[in-house]
Design a protein around this ligand. Structure first.
Ligand SMILES: [Zn+2]
Length: 186
């Protein structure tokens, strides 16, 4: 491609966006691809770059928090699977094994849903967990104290995950306030 915007050419046919290298007619004020202020002052260009920078940073933070919530769902899935396996091997408890396996699978589905809705996914996972505990306590009240340490670990993991999901949501809210630019900029 021919270089069209050299300083030697005072009236260029096209103007190239400094940010994304898209060519535009010379009268264009903002890039249609990335909304960069092509004809703007240095200040305007700097402020655009800062906006893009903080947007990227916020997105990265949010992604990390979502990942944190998702990890906790995986931890719960793993713990259900392992304890089901232990019950199966130690007590020949096929029923518990199958039930734990089903819960693990549901958690894996929730973990993949957490990309789109981290808060909904982890709260659902937590609600399922609490429901199971309540049902088990109704069936046999001694179930409450059985594996109590593991239960505390799981609840702590869920609380941590829910906190991450809430933080992710508030970061996404901040992101809304930062002027939107197309994703092509990432
Ligand atoms: Zn551009």
């Amino acid at each position: 491609m021919e270089e069209l915007t050299t300083p030697l050419n005072p009236i260029p046919d096209v103007i190239t966006c400094e940010n994304c290298n898209t060519n535009h007619p010379p009268d264009k004020k903002f890039c249609s691809e990335c909304s960069f202020p092509i004809q703007g002052t240095e200040d305007e260009k700097t402020s655009f770059r800062l906006t893009v920078g903080s947007r990227k940073r916020l997105l990265k933070d949010a992604e990390e928090k979502v990942k944190g919530a998702r990890t906790m769902i995986y931890v719960a899935a793993g713990l259900f699977f392992i304890s089901g396996l232990i019950l199966f091997v130690a007590n020949d408890d096929v029923e518990s094994f199958v039930m734990n396996l089903v819960i693990s699978l549901i958690y894996l589905i929730l973990a993949s849903w957490s990309n789109r809705n981290p808060f909904g996914a982890i709260v659902t996972a937590f609600a399922i967990y609490i429901t199971i505990q309540v049902l088990a306590a109704f069936v046999d009240p001694t179930n409450i104290v059985r594996g109590i340490i593991l239960k505390f670990i799981i609840i702590a993991a869920f609380v941590k995950g829910i906190r991450s999901a809430i933080e992710a949501r508030s970061i996404m809210g901040e992101l809304e306030k930062v002027r939107a630019v197309p994703d092509g900029n990432r």
